[in-house]
Structure formats: C-alpha cells, structure tokens
Design a protein around this ligand. Structure first.
Ligand SMILES: Cc1cc2nc3c(=O)[nH]c(=O)nc-3n(C[C@H](O)[C@H](O)[C@H](O)COP(=O)(O)O)c2cc1C
Length: 188
C-alpha cells in the first residue's frame, strides 16, 4: 500500500496521548497542526511540549496560519484526523466556522468530500454536542469517539489507547498491528 498522506489536528480535549501514539506508530506522511489551546493539555497529560510532537511529524504548521498549504482544496490528502477533538472545534466545524488552520482544513475536507475523522472526547454529552455530531455525520464526517472496547480485555491504559488509535488508522487505511482483532485466530 502507498504511504498515506494524513492531516492530523490536535485540539485541547483530553486524550493527547492518542495523538502521540498515532505519531509514534502510523506509517504515513503526517501533516500536523496543534491548536493554540492544546499545548497546555498536551503538557499536563503527557509531560511533552508541542515541539516534541512536531518533531514526530513529517510536516507541521501553525494553527494561526490560515494560508498554509493544507488550507487549500488543491492540497490532496487521504484523510484528516482531529484527535482528540474538543467540543469547541466540533462546534466550529459543524457551524462552518474556519477561523484557524484546523477548522479551515476540516471545512475544506467536507467541501471536497474527503475523509474527515473526528475523535471527540467529552462526557456526558450535551444535546448541542450530539446535534453537532449528527450535523457533521450528515455532512460526510466520521465521528469516531474516544471509546475503548472491553472485549479485548485491556490490561493497561496503553492497551485502550492502542485500540482507539488502531481503529482510527483503520479508518485512514493505514496498515497497523495496534488493534487486537475479534476472532483473528480463526481462519477463513
Ligand atoms: C486539562 C484540560 C482538559 C480538557 N479536556 C477537554 C475534553 O476532554 N473535551 C473538551 O471538549 N474540552 C476539554 N477541555 C477544554 C478545551 O481545551 C477548551 O474548550 C478549548 O477552548 C478548546 O480549544 P480548541 O478547540 O481550539 O483546541 C480541556 C481543557 C483542559 C485544560
């Protein structure tokens, strides 16, 4: 399979460990944007600086730079992933607001009918958040919430992270060994 070209947006929701794991393990060309509110969450949750994550990407962009190449429909990519996705970013994209590079690139993904995978993390969910998710789904986005499975009998937090990140990679068409597949020992 050819190397996939992925735009990865990291926003200020909890769960930046998922983005770190994606950057560590995805065999893909990754174009990374970190929202201005995500930095403090990344540092609090992982002890890493934004710069540490940027070094793990292929290319990185400033979220304020709405003129970066990924802001244009002429930039061809296989999928855009927003992980973790805050309710704030979810609401903006659902409303057509594109006042940052992440929200602009997401709006472009929708208008160009490209794959947009959003990984929201919040609980419980307000009616507004649920309606935003419905609106985005109806507009072509894939809502893939940060929800671990338990049938895989996870032993560690990283087992849960790997399951969620692996499923996102599946949606991006990236080969991965992170997901423990249901009945994978059975042969056809
Ligand atoms: C430690 C921490 C954890 C947070 N976790 C969440 C969360 O899980 N989900 C969420 O929607 N917002 C969360 N927030 C709030 C967002 O960071 C905030 O709404 C911010 O404005 C999002 O901006 P962005 O969408 O530009 O990244 C968290 C904030 C902090 C400081």
């Amino acid at each position: 399979m050819n190397e996939r070209k992925i735009v990865l947006g990291i926003t200020g929701a909890s769960g930046s460990i998922m983005a770190k794991r994606f950057l560590e393990t995805a065999r893909a060309e990754i174009h990374l944007v970190i929202s201005s509110n995500a930095g403090q969450v990344i540092e609090y949750e992982t002890g890493l600086k934004e710069e540490d994550l940027k070094k793990m990407s292929t290319f990185n962009y400033d979220d304020r730079d709405v003129a970066a190449r990924i802001s244009s429909g002429s930039f061809i990519f296989d999928a855009m992933v927003i992980m973790p996705c805050s309710m704030n970013t979810l609401a903006k994209v659902a409303s057509g607001i594109s006042d940052s590079l992440i929200t602009r690139a997401a709006s472009v993904a929708l208008k160009e009918r490209r794959r947009l995978i959003m990984v929201p993390r919040e609980m419980p969910l307000s009616r507004i958040a649920i309606e935003n998710m419905l609106r985005l789904t109806e507009s072509g986005a894939i809502i893939s919430p940060a929800m671990p499975a338990f049938y895989t009998r996870p032993q560690t937090v990283m087992d849960m992270v790997d399951f969620m990140v692996g499923r996102v990679m599946d949606l991006c068409g990236i080969d991965n060994e992170l997901v423990k597949r249901w009945k994978s020992e059975e042969r056809d």
